[in-house]
Design a protein. Sequence first.
Length: 343
Amino acid sequence: MEKLIIASTQKRAGKTSVTVGLTKALGKSCGYLKPFGDRLLYRKKQLWDYDAALMSSILGLEGTPENMSIGFEHSKFRYIYDEETTKAKVIERAAEAGRDKDLLIVEGGGDLRYGASIHLDALSVAGYLSGRLLLIVGGDEYVILDDLTFIKENIGFDKINLAGVIINNVKDVQDFKETHLRSVNNLGVNVLGIIPHVPELTYMSVRYLIERTFAKVIAGEGGLDNIVKNVFIGALSAGSYVNNPAFTKECKLIITGGDRSDIILAALESGTSCIILTNNILPPSIIISKAHSANVPLLLVPWDTHYTAKQIDGMEALLTKDDSEKIELLKRLVLDNVDISGI
């Protein structure tokens, strides 16, 4: 059984998305383990890691996602496990997760150093399992160069069993190759691929919004799979918005109060994917009926418009098991842009 530890230098580098695309592109039977969970879910009176639950569903793995992580809290580990018992636990779980599989994927935490104080950072785990490390880097071009230079100067690539590096979410691949790739190669890094930025992967569905905000659906249940591409805050009069270019965009989310009938009506007639009504204020029944007929979900939340907008702005469009089009897109991106044979 081969073991591949997948880590990233920064949070939101797209580690889990690349992992999904890679498992689909490889065409091998894969097991999965995330020793130190960092995206908590509470399901069936148990704590799960979001990524573990996702990979369990996508790969059709037996057992519960709970068993794919050893734990979730630094404080608990510090008082229960030392380095040797942590190592033994990782090896034990890896043997279970990889049984009868061609490849075991082991995913690190948010970034390369996450879990270091309790011996569960990605480098330590790679050492425990004698596995190869696949590093996902992303972000601004100079952040990528900074991260890789820091690793070379402070750790040394010769001290890591490195399968290679995948540079992810690059907005202009050709420009990156012409301007920065030589500097990366000069660090002695094996670049396995450069994956372009794809806007579709950043969009979220209304159904996902509901799950993340715990909003109540009061109309438009037929539009829960609508995609949100733009967010618009309705705080002024409708007349101030109708000629605003942002308001005329399709697939938009409108955040406004339930008492703003003028904005809600204008939104229902302008290619809106969803309307979030704030402060628990219900609009008149005729508007609810219009939204239902147009299959535009009306979601009710208890918070004010400012807080709701801030909550949405900080929300990450995480992949879900039902995002079949995104999953297929990720597979295609890996096949088209990554040297799989090098892995």
